[in-house]
Structures are given as structure tokens and as C-alpha cells.
Design a protein around this ligand. Structure first.
Ligand SMILES: *Cc1c(COP(=O)(O)O)cnc(C)c1O
Ligand SMILES: [Zn+2]
Length: 562
């Protein structure tokens, strides 16, 4: 393999040193914050052709990774994850250009697989046979799998908050699990001290060259995949543009910040090679109970105050002290590319988790849902515009689905736990069946002549809870439907040809069996004073169609039906 590595540059004193796996600090000033540099001029002309001939995984970019020789024996299908347009979420948020980088599809179901694949390959190459890491869960899983393949002994220091099932899987791979009763930052300190005493290599996370280098492959893949998407859909309509399109935003849920640091470096390299003409804005989303970066950003601080005791159920994101990573990210945002630091609550994240599952068919872990909750928040507050292209890192899979999200009674089980098979005779089963029958759920009628609006409202309702939904496509159908079904709630459009919404209301009032059914009017038009008078006292509330992207409709429905 031909080599393009030039040097390792110290981010503190600017000193350039040769690259060696075993040297982890600047020989001049001892700083551990360093970045590797490549001969981009030599690569920029030929590299594109070279990579296009290779399989779509992260080793496609091997010349730009800190590895001397590929070791295919360690490969498990890392990188090369799907790039998928979020059609229904896009409908809900009125943005047709929201894409999901589906990092759930790595070998251990999170984007930490990139980090583990490159780091373990680098360690193996340099002859290291034992390694210590600290983790909030997913790093331990990914490193365990790759360490098992590489025959490297792995010590994992996990906080006791990591779900037991994740810890068991780490143990299953043969790693040593050390459970630390304390915060993640404390686990990290103890792990570092343990490694020092034992004389074993300790993974430095954001300060480790292979880690940052692995994450940048996400940027490379995004530009290739966005370009392919646009070609396939004839959307590449700017002949003067740079070779590859760039999204306007890269959104990620953030703990220590390694992901965005690496992705940013990737885009910088693409810019230097002339592949792209700009760098996307970064949206860094943290969970409110552990959001040191967001707090520091909003108070215009250069250094983040550590959060000593994180208050969140989303333990994957519980880095209380981001240290230098925050300052580096802040400087990148201030120096031109722009972006946002935003926080979301656990509850907003859990709601986004349900939306992703029910709207897009994505089962994601709460930490990944934080990024989507951030997307929703930034769109609703107008920071992300409807014409902008957005890529969300879907960073991890919900497996096993944690109990605090779904509770115990989510599945509508037909058997009660105490029942044995012999006991459950047919009658009992049939009786149990009625518990899951659909008419147990509140019935809602959607009345609108526009199929896109009906679809959007249905999706919004489905993502909020269990409802039995009927649709009517005009006023005449609506009157019939309401008479027969007697729904618990009607969502009514006003402007429809022939029989309009006002007439539907009149018909409902005229029949004592339907007069009391609550109605929410959903309208695109500004109502006249006359029309408002006409509706007064006859409807529960009024939602503008433009407001469908907000939470308003869902809140009104929850308020009326519980
Ligand atoms: C590690 C992790 C994050 C946070 O990533 P950083 O870039 O290290 O802050 C987000 N989501 C999931 C699923 C993770 O495992
Ligand atoms: Zn230095």
C-alpha cells in the first residue's frame, strides 16, 4: 500500500512530528491534542478513481487512514452504512431533504464500530496485545467485538448505569468488565490510573489519532452518497458546483464530541482536495441533564464547566466533562462554518424515538433519538430552514429496547405471565383477544380532500399513540362516516368542494347522536369574523395547516382523548 501520511501536527504548539502508533503526545510540548496530516496534493488528482473501484466500506478510504497495511482478517463490514431519505419525517417537518446516515447497521449496531475497527487495526499493527478503555456502553461493545477478532485482551471500565444487558454482551465477547459505581468521568479516571499502573495502553478517545480518523469516514461517505442520490433523482442542477454536494447541516447527538470532531476534519480534507466547496454547519445536540457544551456555548464561554452528576436516563451521552473537545468544536463554529449547540430533554428524545419508529420504521436507541429531537427543535425554531439539506447521524440501534421507554405492558400480550399452556383453553384466549381488539382504541375521523394532508395527519397521530383512524375525502363522505362510526373525535377541513366543513358541522349538530362529538378544525385559510362566529361554541379548537409541523395538533388530540 502506498503511503500518504506526512506528519502529526500538534494542535497546541504547531510542531510536526513523524507518525508512530506508540507515540501519543507531542515530543516538543507533551500535548496529547494532535492531528495527522496527509499529502493531499498527491492524492487529490488520482484518489477519486482509486476509491470508486473499491467496495463501499470504510477501508475504501485506506490511504487517508493511519494504517500501514490492511488486515482483512479483522474486517466485519464496518462503515459503508445506508443513506436514507426520511420521507415521512420530511413531510412532518416540511423539509424534503432530510437524510438519515444509518449507523445502526454496523457490526455491533452503533457508529462506534468505525472507531473500534480502525483503532484495533492500528493497535494490532503496532503489536499491542492489551488495552484499557472506559465507556458509556457502545464503545465497550464495539471494541470488545474487534478485540475478540484481533486477539487483544480488553479491560472495559463501565459505569454501573450501563444497562445490564449491554454489560453482559461485553462479557460475552470475553472482555474484562470492571463496573464503577460513579459517573462516566470517574470511570475514565480510574481506568486511566489502572492502565498506568499496569503499564497497559489506554485509549484516549478524542485525543487518539485512529479514533478521529475513523469518524471522518462518515463525511467522505456522506458526500459520495448525497452525490449519488442527486444524480439518481436528477437534482444535480448546478453545473458550476464543486465535484461533490455538501449537506447544509450535519446533526449528531454528542457526549464527548469525537464524532463531530472527526466528521469536521473529514470535510476539511475534502475541501482542501477540492472535492467540495464548503463545510456543513454542525448541530451538536446534548441531553439537557448533561449538556455542558450547550451551556457553555449559550453563555459564550471558551471552556465548558463540567457537569459533576449528570441527570438523564440516557447514559450513553453522560460525558460530564468534555474538556478540550468543546473548545475545539466552538472554535470551528466561530471560524466560519457556523452551526448550533442545542439541548433536548429526555422526554423529547423518547418522543422522537417513537416518531422514528412509527414514521420511518427505525428502531433507535435513546442516544440516537436525541439527534432527531434536536432536528425537530431546530426546524421548529427556524434555525434549520425548509430548503436546507440535513444529514442526521442515526448513531445506534435500540437493542435491547430499554424498559424505561416502553414500560412492561406495551405488547398487548395474550397470556398473562402466570398462565401455563394447559390452562389457556380456547375460551380464555378469545376473551383475551378482545383486549387487543382494535375498537379498544379511540376512534378518530380525518376529513380532508387533500390526500397529502390526510397522510400527514395520520402519520402524526400514529406516532403519538394507538388510534383507530378513518378517513373521509369529501364532505358528503364525512357525514356518512360520522353517522355510522360515531368517532370519538373529528379532525375537519373547512374548504372542500361541494359539501364544505361548515355543512358537515351542521349535519353533525342536527343529529343528537353526533352533536356532542368533539371537533378540531384544521384549516389553511384565515377565517373571516363571520366564519369565526359560525364556529364559536361548536368546535374544540382550530389548528392552522402550517402549524402541523409543531406539536400543537398532537397536544390537542392528547388533551381531548388522553
Ligand atoms: C457515543 C455515542 C454518541 C456520542 O458520540 P460522540 O461523538 O462521542 O460524542 C451518540 N450516540 C451513540 C449511539 C453513541 O454510542
Ligand atoms: Zn506541541
Amino acid at each position: 500500500m502506498q503511503h500518504y501520511i506526512k506528519s502529526v501536527e500538534c494542535l497546541d504548539c504547531g510542531h510536526h512530528a513523524p507518525f508512530h502508533h506508540s507515540v501519543t503526545s507531542c515530543p516538543k510540548c507533551n500535548s496529547t491534542w494532535r492531528e495527522i496530516r496527509y499529502d493531499l496534493d498527491a492524492l487529490s488528482t488520482t484518489w477519486e478513481k482509486v476509491i470508486k473501484a473499491r467496495p463501499f466500506n470504510l477501508w475504501r478510504y485506506r490511504e487517508m487512514l493511519p494504517i500501514q497495511n490492511l488486515n482483512p482478517d479483522l474486517f466485519m463490514g464496518e462503515g459503508g452504512t445506508p443513506f436514507i431519505r426520511a420521507v415521512n419525517l420530511g413531510l412532518m417537518l416540511a423539509n424534503q431533504n432530510i437524510f438519515i446516515k444509518d449507523e445502526r447497521q454496523g457490526p455491533t449496531s452503533s457508529f462506534k464500530d468505525r472507531q473500534a475497527a480502525v483503532s484495533i487495526a492500528a493497535l494490532k499493527e503496532s503489536g499491542i496485545s492489551e488495552l484499557v478503555i472506559a465507556s458509556t456502553g457502545n464503545v465497550a461493545l464495539a471494541y470488545s467485538a474487534y478485540a475478540a477478532r484481533a486477539g487483544i485482551k480488553l479491560w472495559t471500565f463501565l459505569t454501573s448505569l450501563v444497562p445490564a444487558s449491554k454489560m453482559r454482551e461485553v462479557g460475552l465477547y470475553g472482555s474484562q468488565v470492571v463496573k464503577v459505581t460513579g459517573s462516566y468521568d470517574q470511570a475514565k479516571q480510574i481506568a486511566a490510573e489502572f492502565a498506568r499502573q499496569r503499564g497497559v495502553h489506554f485509549d484516549l478517545g478524542s485525543r487518539s489519532i485512529p479514533c478521529i480518523e475513523s469518524m471522518k469516514t462518515i463525511a467522505y461517505e456522506i458526500v459520495e452518497q448525497l452525490s449519488e442520490y442527486q444524480l439518481a433523482n436528477n437534482e444535480n442542477n448546478n453545473p458550476n458546483a464543486a465535484r461533490y454536494p455538501v449537506p447544509d447541516w450535519y446533526i449528531q447527538s454528542v457526549s464527548g464530541g469525537m464524532g463531530p470532531l472527526g466528521v469536521y476534519k473529514g470535510f476539511c480534507e475534502l475541501l482542501q482536495m477540492g472535492w467540495v466547496d464548503r463545510i456543513p454547519k454542525l448541530a451538536i445536540i446534548q441531553v439537557e441533564g448533561c449538556s455542558p457544551m450547550v451551556k457553555a456555548w449559550k453563555q459564550d464561554q471558551e471552556i465548558a464547566d463540567p457537569v459533576r452528576s449528570p441527570k438523564t436516563l440516557i447514559h450513553t451521552l453522560a460525558t460530564g466533562d468534555p474538556g478540550r473537545a468543546y473548545t475545539l468544536l466552538r472554535n470551528k463554529m466561530l471560524s466560519g462554518s457556523g452551526g448550533a449547540f442545542e439541548s433536548v430533554t429526555d422526554e423529547e428524545a423518547f418522543r422522537a424515538l417513537h416518531i422514528l419508529a412509527k414514521m420511518e420504521g427505525f428502531s433507535i436507541e435513546p442516544a440516537a433519538a436525541v439527534a432527531f429531537a434536536g432536528l425537530i427543535k431546530l426546524v421548529r425554531s427556524g434555525v434549520i430552514k425548509s430548503h436546507e439539506t440535513v444529514v442526521v447521524n442515526c448513531s445506534g440501534h435500540a437493542m435491547p429496547v430499554e424498559r424505561n421507554i416502553l414500560g412492561d405492558d406495551w405488547s398487548g400480550n395474550l397470556f398473562s405471565p402466570s398462565e401455563t399452556l394447559e390452562e389457556s383453553h380456547e375460551e380464555g384466549l378469545l376473551a383475551a383477544l378482545s383486549n387487543v381488539a382494535i375498537d379498544r382504541f379511540p376512534r378518530i375521523a380525518i376529513v380532508d380532500d387533500n390526500p397529502d394532508v390526510r397522510r400527514l395527519i395520520r402519520k402524526i397521530l400514529e406516532s403519538q399513540g394507538n388510534y383507530q383512524i378513518n378517513e373521509a375525502t369529501n364532505g358528503k363522505e364525512a357525514i356518512e362516516l360520522i353517522k355510522i362510526e360515531k368517532p370519538n373525535l373529528v379532525l375537519l377541513d373547512l374548504m372542500m368542494p361541494e359539501v364544505d366543513g361548515f355543512s358537515v358541522l351542521d349535519a353533525m349538530q342536527a343529529d343528537s347522536a353526533t352533536a356532542e362529538i368533539p371537533v378540531i378544525v384544521i384549516t389553511a385559510k384565515e377565517l373571516t369574523t363571520d366564519e369565526k362566529d359560525h364556529l364559536r361554541g361548536r368546535i374544540q379548537s382550530l389548528v392552522q395547516k402550517g402549524d402541523l409541523i409543531s406539536d400543537k395538533l398532537a397536544e390537542e388530540v392528547r388533551g381531548l382523548l388522553g
